[in-house]
Ligand binder design. Structure first.
Ligand SMILES: NC(=O)CCC(=O)C(=O)O
Length: 256
């Protein structure tokens, strides 16, 4: 995507791509794709409610395709608070069944970190093919969030992102790390093109619970189609039961 593409056109184009995925179980879009992850200037005017234009077209697209749809995230306008970076999950009947407000805001003392509110809730979503654990982009750097998602039953970690090209190695490395660490599938969907002039890395990837990359996109915009068996999560956890050895309550440091 390019900064020059108006949000309405981008929504229509993304909806057509979703509709074309009939037969899939789950479709995932990236973070903040309607306005752009680094397009800070567009956020205030372009923020929308949970029943706004993105939710409308995505609900219809999920229903038309008959798929579970993680529609990436929007800049959510909360009438009673700040804006949030909010992910939307639709059922195959087009119902908005889950939302997740990004917990860790990127930018340190600028950008998202000052323009948006922080989410406060861990969110999982039960589907016919397993429990999704929701996280967004910069969240990927915080393993404690993924441990909390694991404890909440997550088997497939779905991570939309707007991750820049200059840190692409971190993106692929951390996606694999989270898969190995939680013995879960990681479905990491990144933007391509430019957001607010920042070149995006693309390279969406799907990683299995052993850390094997099942598929990885290139840097440009593309639809990545991957077939895998969700039951592999239970098999991996049984065959290599590392999670049983967790120390639930790390001992306090000893003063010497
Ligand atoms: N949109 C983001 O959260 C960007 C995160 C990022 O660039 C990084 O963690 O590096």
């Amino acid at each position: 995507m390019s900064d020059a593409e108006p949000a309405a056109e981008r929504r229509a184009r993304a909806a057509a791509l979703v509709r074309a995925q009939q037969g899939a179980d789950l479709v995932v879009l990236p973070e903040l794709w309607p306005l752009g992850g680094f397009a800070y200037d567009a956020w205030s005017d372009g923020a929308e409610p949970l029943d706004g234009p993105t939710a409308d077209v995505m609900s219809a697209a999920a229903k038309a395709a008959g798929v579970w749809l993680h529609a990436g995230s929007i800049v959510e306008r909360d009438p009673d608070g700040p804006v949030y970076n909010t992910s939307l999950v639709f059922s195959p009947s087009g119902e908005l069944v889950h939302t997740y407000r990004k917990i860790h805001r990127f930018g340190f003392d600028s950008g998202e970190a000052i323009a948006m509110g922080a989410g406060q809730e861990i969110v999982t979503a039960a589907t016919d093919f397993g429990t999704l654990g929701l996280a967004t982009c910069y969240d990927l750097r915080f393993p404690e969030l993924f441990r909390a998602l694991l404890d909440a039953g997550a088997q497939l970690l779905v991570i939309p992102a707007a991750w820049p090209e200059r840190r692409r190695e971190h993106w692929t490395l951390l996606a694999r790390a989270r898969a190995v660490e939680e013995q879960a599938y990681v479905l990491a969907c990144n933007t391509a093109g430019t957001h607010g002039g920042v070149e995006q890395a693309g390279h969406s990837l799907v990683v299995d619970p052993w850390g094997k990359v099942l598929a990885e996109a290139g840097m440009g915009e593309q639809v990545l189609t991957v077939e895998f068996d969700p039951a592999e999560v239970a098999r991996a956890r049984e065959e290599f039961p590392v999670l049983r050895d967790r120390l639930l309550g790390i001992p306090a440091p000893v003063q010497r």
